[in-house]
Design a protein. Structure first.
Length: 316
């Protein structure tokens, strides 16, 4: 059965439409000898078509739109790598395949993943006490350290290299080009410094496995403990500090006491880490998820006229 998308907008309309995807996926699952179970759309804005499958599985279809070409294969490769290392609760890859293996350039890859227990930390966060938030910050630091300590295996390394042949530096260079072209940033005090940024000169640490989009919506909690880390579709290999950005900006809300507790859990000493604040502010500006769009607000709030001032205000 063929998939016919004429324009990107058509995909947007049917991304969460189970009636559209069900016959395509059932045919693919039957070919893989997987039993057919009820399929329910997972609500929320996302890149891929995501569905609950039965009571204990998640079914994902990976799109060629919205950066999907760059992340193709990274999620399953990362999850397999993490499963081999152990110690990190992530979904198990149960099966994977393609919806149209013979008919066109984009094969519409799909993956069937195990479903982890818990609710997202983002939904639980608002009513938490300061003590509870500090506890989660420490636990998250401990868990992220374990993820970053995983040695990238052959499949994961090959998949990432197929997207970024020159690695993390190439990705950062692309991001720098995109940010530098944003005309609305030209009026902020730190714009000239942004233009002079040299991502290639950063201290990159070891080639860690990065989640790439680790905010509260991708952290599961059950019985007061982190029960899982999900959605590795934006995984990368690079500097561990890149993963600190969405945690601090979106989950911690720039609360430096939470960030300090997170660093304790992670086991990193900011005072001895090379170019710590320089790397953090650079990754904030060049992060894939558009934190540069908040620079005008941040410079206004902080009164910062240099990136160094802004980094100190942000990270302490």
């Amino acid at each position: 059965m063929a998939i016919r998308f004429l324009v990107e907008d058509h995909y947007r309309k049917v991304r969460g439409d189970a009636s559209f995807w069900r016959p395509l996926l059932e045919e693919a699952l039957q070919q893989s000898q997987i039993s057919i179970e009820p399929m329910t759309p997972i609500e929320g804005e996302g890149t891929n078509a995501n569905f609950w499958y039965g009571t204990d599985k998640v079914l994902k279809v990976y799109t060629p739109f919205f950066g999907g070409r760059e992340s193709r294969g990274m999620e399953t490769a990362a999850l397999k790598n993490l499963a081999l290392e152990g110690g990190v609760p992530v979904p198990k890859v149960l099966a994977k395949g393609e919806l149209e293996p013979l008919e066109r350039e984009w094969k519409w890859p799909w993956a069937l993943l195990g479903r982890l227990p818990g609710r997202t930390l983002a939904t639980l966060w608002p009513p938490l006490t300061a003590s509870e938030r500090h506890g989660f910050a420490f636990e998250l630091g401990t868990m992220l350290r374990r993820i970053h300590g995983v040695v990238p295996g052959g499949e994961l390394s090959r998949t990432y290299q197929s997207v970024w042949p020159k690695g993390f530096a190439e990705f950062l260079t692309r991001q720098h080009q995109l940010v530098s072209a944003q005309s609305d940033l030209a009026v902020i005090p730190v714009y000239e410094e942004i233009l002079r940024m040299s991502p290639a000169g950063l201290v990159s640490g070891w080639p860690a496995l990065l989640h790439g989009d680790l905010d509260g919506s991708h952290i599961l909690v059950e019985s007061g403990k982190i029960s899982g880390i999900i959605d590795f579709g934006d995984a990368k290999l690079g500097d561990p500090l890149y993963d600190f950005i969405p945690i601090h900006h979106d989950l911690f809300g720039l609360d430096r006491s939470l960030f300090a507790e997170f660093l304790k859990g992670y086991g990193i000493d900011a005072a001895t880490e090379p170019r710590f604040r320089d790397r953090l502010i650079t990754y904030t500006i060049l992060h894939e998820w558009g934190f540069a769009g908040r620079l005008s607000k941040w410079t206004s709030q902080s009164g910062a006229t240099t990136l160094g001032d802004l980094a100190l205000w942000m990270w302490g």
